[in-house]
Design a protein around this ligand. Structure first.
Ligand code: AMP
Ligand code: ZN
Length: 112
């Protein structure tokens, strides 16, 4: 499949890994918006939250658990951080493989 994040998962495209288990992969965003900007993705290709099926419920739980591990690993667990999953056109999703931005390391503003 011609998906940039699937290629990152299978090593065809290099990435700076933060966390990995059998179902989840996390890596530094190539264009960080803050001192900590990590993308957490399922290894399974799902295009967005809209593609999450009944069979993926455990995977999504694991993914959210991994977000907590990434926060601890990158040191933002105590200061706080934001999780964002841009979806579709209005959400300005640019990569059609489900991903959660984990952003922190500085005071964030809320301007949707
Ligand atoms: P979104 O715009 O919400 O779909 O997020 C896609 C994110 O992927 C953006 O923040 C990009 O900077 C990031 N990105 C794109 N290509 C790469 C790559 N090769 N390695 C790491 N991050 C990437
Ligand atoms: Zn993919």
């Amino acid at each position: 499949m011609d998906c940039i994040f699937c290629k990152i998962v299978n090593g065809e495209i290099p990435s700076k890994k933060v966390y990995e288990d059998d179902q989840v992969y996390a890596f530094h965003d190539i264009s960080p918006l803050a001192p900590v900007h990590v993308l957490v993705i399922p290894k399974k290709h799902l295009s967005s939250v809209l593609a999450i099926g009944e069979e993926d419920v455990e995977l999504i739980g694991r993914l959210h658990q991994a977000i907590g591990k990434v926060a601890k690993e990158t040191g933002v667990d105590e200061t706080g951080f934001r999780i964002i999953s841009n979806t579709g056109t209005h959400g300005q999703q640019t990569v059609p493989h489900l991903h959660y931005h984990v952003i922190g390391g500085r005071q964030l503003e809320w301007k949707a």
